[in-house]
Ligand binder design. Sequence first.
Ligand code: M6R
Length: 605
Amino acid sequence: MCGIIGYIGRSEATGILIKGLKDLEYRGYDSGGIAVLNKNKLNVIKAKGEIRFLEEKLNGKTLYGSLGIGHTRWATHGKANEVNAHPHCSRHFAVVHNGIIENYKEIKESLSMNGIAFESETDTEVVPKLLELNYNGDVLEAIRKTVKLLEGSYALGIVCTDDENTLYCTKKGSPLIIGIGSEENFIASDINPLLHYTKNAVYLEDYETAKITSDEVTVYDRNFAETEKEIKTIQLNKSAADKGDFPHFMLKEIYEEPKVVKNTLNAVTTEGEVIFGNMPFTAEDFKALSRIYIVGCGSAYHVGLIAKYNFEKVAKIPAFAEYAGEFRYAEPVIDENCLVIIISQSGETADSLAALKQAREMGAKTISIVNVPESSIAKMSHYNILTLAGAEIAVATTKAFSCQLAALNMLCLYIARRREACTEVFSEIAVNMSHLLPKKIEKVLGKEDELKALSKTIKDMDKCFFLGRNVDFGVSLEGALKLKEISYIDCVGYPASELKHGTISLIEKDTVCFGLISNKELLPKTVSNLIEVIARGAKVIVFAPESLKADLPQFETVITYPDSIPFLTPSIEVIPLQLLAYHVANERGLPIDKPRNLAKSVTVE
Ligand code: M6R
């Protein structure tokens, strides 16, 4: 949540900061701002809304100076307006912040009692004020004294008017990366803005602080002693952050799914076998497991819910999908015979990270499935499986979801084999069939026009339901989330059987119900639930594999997709729902890649 950027070098900072903020905008777009230091004077400009409004305000002007910081905000404390926009300043300091200062009220009260005035409603503003109080000409010392007082999470970019040549940063709980250039250096919340300038990066750890000039980066540990850091090579391609010929990142990312699912599967399979190199857990460990928790937020939770059914059926182990924010406060009974699998695209989601921390502290074995290699979740878990989705920019996840599901299915097979819960033949067939997924996904992409036409007929609905049983219920939740987050239509995913226990009272003439039927055994059951809603005036649109079409003559609209084995069908079933959500939102003329109130990476609780 919130993106921060910083530059020190020989070029004008303004353009670099604005460009970087655009790359970080998926982290929040409530307001933007930059501060540039020139001749020991801070020039600050801020604007409400997306970075294009900040750019408009600049109106082609440059705030001269080669040292600066910038921020794009997802509002937590205080309204989304210009006063609350970062950078926040004091006499000598300008600060940008990603995270939450949990004890800001206490600090603010103490500072106010000492006559210090605040302009904004933000938690962040206490930071420049504390820096000022703690400053006696030594910026590092002011930072040391200030961070000692802060509770919560922070990635901070700091400039001081007395120090024209140095950019400072420090972090705890929020990501911060230093990009190492030639005669210029950068800081950013993620690697995307750095890719324009360098492939060399230093990943700051919690409680580390860095002093950065254009030629040198010095990192200090939690005791403010100098520490050596490895310079890592960024593996990501710059083009990942470009829309190419697509009108939106979301559509581009849907079209990347065949390729990225293939890459993710290839990385963990050979000759029909699942291989996880350097897995720290043995077959005996997996046999001794009493249960598995699959934990995530939003779509990542849906991946866990879909996989839960497979873990129980195939690996024959009790499995529970849990919302990370609920799991951590539910006092789950966890011991060394529990496996906790954390799913996260960003690897930085605050609730998921906290759930992982708790699971580790309680002795569980932990495995993460993450898309960002150096992220906090990847580093904190005992073992990380990297999804190879590449940078996902659209707030609504699509390709990362598909890669997570593919990786989790492979983990399920891996564990099932070690527990001797499924045969080698089953596993080999499932692996081989999974390699057919990319082609099948491509075939669904070929149905885009059909889904676009459907979207025109339903774009004006004000509510709808996604109904399914078993894995189709998990996919229903995802279909509903995808559509609601970008179209703002009130969508609900429900187990098909549950509607008649209350919610059916919401069905009226022409209420749209999407019926998800991926499986022959459950077909008659879901069909009768759909007939119940048709009897009450609903308009039903069914999604089913090609082979089941003949069994669904009673429905006017059946969108089909290629068949697979039940273990893998959700990976194909979700694609038409993603395309439909995209086209409905497009028909409604909405900002698809940046839906209102949202941010891609939710690094606050
Ligand atoms: O980065 P994460 O996978 O941990 O993010 C989890 C959710 O915030 C995310 O899946 C969210 O629900 C997406 N906007 C859904 O499209």
